[in-house]
Ligand binder design. Structure first.
Ligand code: Z5A
Ligand code: MG
Length: 212
């Protein structure tokens, strides 16, 4: 593991239930960082543009059926196929704002009843985020926001299970942000914690791997 003083971009992940505001906040955060003169890109998982991503998308839209283990491994494979590009971008100084990551993978699959350690193992060796910001909202409040779509997991009962399984994954390094605040207040909070994280990475915080 190379030079510890090498400046690099930060790997920043936003997690949270469906409708918690991840996608809205990810794009606002990228604009903010760019406005600060930093190089930043918006990424999301699943990345539905790849072959694996298209299989995932077909599953989520109920166009195909897959065994729970199989879809879990596809979500993981979708992160693995982006891993080396992710590392290249970070090392070149670009900060990545990522809409969902391995924590979604583990929370959603373990909420279906799969063993949590089994769920975590294929994530082993992916890049560990420098920051996980969890947009905290109750499943009921999230459901009030414009309602769910038609995708497989967009049901209140299942979201309640996912919320419980996300809690098992929380560790003390996570930043828990109250996602029920007005959108601009959430935005402001995320700007502060993201900027602090970017500075640490500019100062040479080493990259690490899951699971720390
Ligand atoms: N999944 C998995 O199983 N395994 C994995 O490994 C991964 C994912 C990576 C698709 O993901 C599904 O895949 C997902 C998890 C599973 N299933 N579910 N559920 P996705 O990322 O495509 O899921 P999503 O559909 O993008 O989530 P979402 O509905 O887009 O939610 P969001 O991005 O968190 O919210 P948003 O689009 O920014 O905002 C939702 C609405 O709320 C919108 O009208 C906003 O204007 C409004 N909003 C946002 N913030 C606020 C505030 N602060 N106040 C009021 N209203 C707000
Ligand atoms: Mg979204």
């Amino acid at each position: 593991e190379g030079n510890k003083k090498e400046s690099r971009g930060a790997l920043i992940v936003l997690e949270g239930l469906d409708r918690s505001g991840k996608s809205s906040q990810c794009s606002r955060l990228v604009s903010y960082l760019e406005g600060e003169g930093l190089s930043a890109e918006l990424w999301r998982f699943p990345d539905r543009t790849t072959n694996v991503g298209q299989m995932i998308s077909a599953y989520l839209t109920n166009a195909s059926q897959l065994d729970d283990h199989t879809i879990h491994l596809l979500f993981s494979a979708n992160r693995w196929e982006k891993r080396s590009l992710m590392e290249t971008k970070l090392k070149s100084g670009t900060t990545l704002i990522v809409d969902r990551y391995s924590y979604s993978g583990v929370a959603f699959s373990s909420a279906k009843g799969l063993d949590i350690d089994w769920c975590k193992s294929p994530e082993n060796g992916l890049l560990a985020p420098d920051l996980v910001a969890y947009l905290d909202i109750s499943p009921d409040k999230a459901a009030e926001r414009g309602g769910y779509g038609d995708e497989r997991y967009e049901k209140l009962e299942f979201q309640q299970k996912v919320a419980e399984h996300y809690k098992v994954l929380h560790d003390t390094s996570w930043k828990i942000v109250d996602a029920c605040q007005p959108i601009e207040d959430v935005e402001k909070q995320l700007q502060e914690i993201a900027l602090a994280c970017v500075k640490q990475c500019q100062q040479g915080k080493p990259l690490s791997s899951l699971w720390p």
